[in-house]
Design a protein around this ligand. Structure first.
Ligand code: NI
Length: 171
């Protein structure tokens, strides 16, 4: 188990659609373990594999941030089976530290995917859970919350972020 560095806005892996996982083996289970540990350490309520530099369709979500292990969701190759309604709330991202926005998200979602044992799971969520699924599945499609803002806000934030990328995130 290891906490992995979280890559930041501007890294190509965050802006490229991730590849499906062909087979759930020990390397995928190790990836999931590292993702959960990295999410808890951040701390965050969700993480997608591209955020640790791995271009695979793998996400983890835990609205309790480790307080209640029953809330931990680990999904390989997640996809929407339903997206319904709209909601708009403040949102941030571990890969865009210090920035936030209010993207339009579905009010209710149903998502299916494979668990670490390769068993199909279906989750439904509203409110924060629906936003988290939408945010993390966007990540594996190469999209960040910034890409979901209104054109005016998006352009303004992208100008600021390009400057941050030029200057380097760590400074
Ligand atoms: Ni994010």
């Amino acid at each position: 188990m290891a906490i992995r560095p979280i890559v930041k806005y501007g890294d190509p892996v965050l802006h490229t659609p991730a590849a499906p996982v062909e087979q759930i083996d020990d390397s995928v289970r190790a990836l999931l373990t590292d993702m959960v540990e990295t999410m808890y350490a951040a701390p965050g309520i969700g993480l997608a594999a591209p955020q640790i530099g791995v271009g695979l369709r793998v996400i983890v979500i835990d609205l309790s941030v480790g307080e209640d292990r029953d809330q931990l969701i680990q999904l390989v190759n997640p996809e929407f089976i339903l997206r319904e309604g709209d909601q708009q709330q403040d949102e941030g991202c571990l890969s865009v530290p210090g920035y936030g926005g209010t993207p339009v998200r579905p009010a209710r979602v149903e998502v299916k995917g494979l668990d670490p044992d390769g068993v199909e799971r279906v989750y439904s969520g509203t409110d924060l859970l629906a936003r988290a699924f939408s945010h993390e599945i966007d990540h594996i499609d190469g999209l960040l919350f910034v890409d979901r803002l209104s054109p005016l806000k998006r352009d303004l934030m992208k100008r600021r972020l390009r400057k941050r990328v030029r200057e380097g995130w760590e400074t």
